[in-house]
Design a protein around this ligand. Structure first.
Ligand code: PLP
Length: 357
């Protein structure tokens, strides 16, 4: 089913953003995070565009197998690891590096046939309290895994920062200190940083970095902007105008009649809505870009349509409206809608047809 809204993906911007990561963390290898269909940018095409990355990180074995089936021979880190003998077997067969973050995985390893040998990364919980084994047990666990007959030599040591997107938050420093203290002396490659860590916390630039959102050109910081971090937007979301009206002063627009015109208002109806991944919670006033100018949405977002203000913009039926992208940062739209760019990119990117450039 082809709808009118399109996500245009700029592959040169993707490459620029990886280059930016390498410039900022020149002594680290980049394991580019392409989980969730590359945050809505198409996993296989993104992997192809970023085939000069040092490796890829995905959430689950299934995503990794799709990469292998497409003949990507890169190192692949599986962030959620395995959760059954079957997925452990698949990981070994496809030469994936699995994250070990919980005791039940150690039990599975103990019950695995001797023929299984898998690369591993020991995920340690330093304060995020999502996935990870207790950091205090780092050296015991590392020894146990290093000797395990089902694990290939030298598991990585890994952790994840909870608050790196807030430059003043002391939580990051605490997590880093715990990681350093309990892994001191262990001879293994390490991986700590996501995008916010890469751009904001040089102490996290150990052997491997794990850039995600920065590759897609959005700032990882709470109040950041992509220009400040020299990132280029990758996805431009566009849809055409399908009707133009003049609504009289005092009349209201859309479901719930939530917007009332303070004067006669020229409006355009744009063929995109929450069914295409445009956020329903974007309020009146959320910016859009059309014909070289910024204007705003009026009234509620519907399933397939929004209404925009054309009072100060020349526009005709069929003109393309940019909802976010080259001229309008996805970070601004996320803020207006009370969410984060990650969610908008995943939703729209996975719902709209793509045009890869
Ligand atoms: C998703 C993820 C990343 C990438 O995070 P960004 O904020 O998108 O850079 C890195 N590490 C882990 C463990 C992740 O789950």
């Amino acid at each position: 089913m082809k709808r009118s809204a399109r996500a245009i993906i700029d592959s040169s911007a993707l490459r620029h953003n990886l280059a930016r990561c390498r410039e900022v963390a020149p002594n680290s290898l980049a394991m580019t995070v392409i989980k969730a269909n590359a945050y809505g940018h198409n996993m296989l095409k993104t992997a192809e565009t970023l085939s000069h990355a040092n490796g890829f990180a995905v959430s689950c074995i299934q995503e990794a197998m799709e990469l292998r089936q497409a003949r990507f021979i890169h190192p692949i880190l599986v962030l959620q690891g395995f959760n059954s003998l079957q997925t452990l077997k698949a990981a070994a067969e496809h030469r994936l590096r699995v994250v070990i973050h919980d005791r039940y995985q150690l039990d599975l390893l103990d019950s695995a046939p001797a023929s299984i040998k898998v690369d591993a990364a020991l995920k340690l919980d330093t304060g995020m309290h999502r996935l990870g084994l207790p950091i205090e047990q780092a050296s015991n666990l590392f020894e146990q895994l290093s000797k395990h007959s089902n694990i290939k030599p030298t598991p990585w040591l890994m952790t994840h920062m909870a608050c790196a997107d807030e430059p003043e938050n002391p939580h990051t420093q605490q997590q880093l200190e715990r990681f350093a203290k309990y892994t001191a002396g262990l001879q293994a490659p390490r991986s700590i940083g996501n995008s916010a860590s890469i751009l904001g916390w040089p102490q996290t630039h150990v052997n491997w970095v794990r850039p995600g959102i920065m590759l897609y050109g959005s700032s990882p910081f709470v109040n950041g902007n992509h220009k400040g971090d020299d990132l280029q937007p990758v996805m431009t979301l566009t849809a055409p105008i399908i009707a133009i009206h003049t609504i009289a002063k005092g009349e209201s627009i859309g479901y719930g009649a939530s917007w009332t015109c303070a004067e006669d208002t020229r409006t355009g109806v744009v063929a995109i809505g929450y069914a295409d991944g445009y956020p329903r919670h974007a309020p009146s006033g959320t910016p859009v870009w059309i014909n070289g100018k910024e204007t705003r949405i009026l009234g509620r977002v519907s399933m397939d349509m929004i209404v925009i203000d054309l009072t100060t913009v020349e526009a005709r039926i069929g003109d393309q409206v940019e909802l976010w992208g080259k001229h309008l940062s996805v970070d601004r739209i996320a803020k207006a809608a009370g969410t984060i760019s990650y969610e908008l990119l995943c939703n729209a990117g996975n719902l709209c047809q793509h045009e890869y450039q």
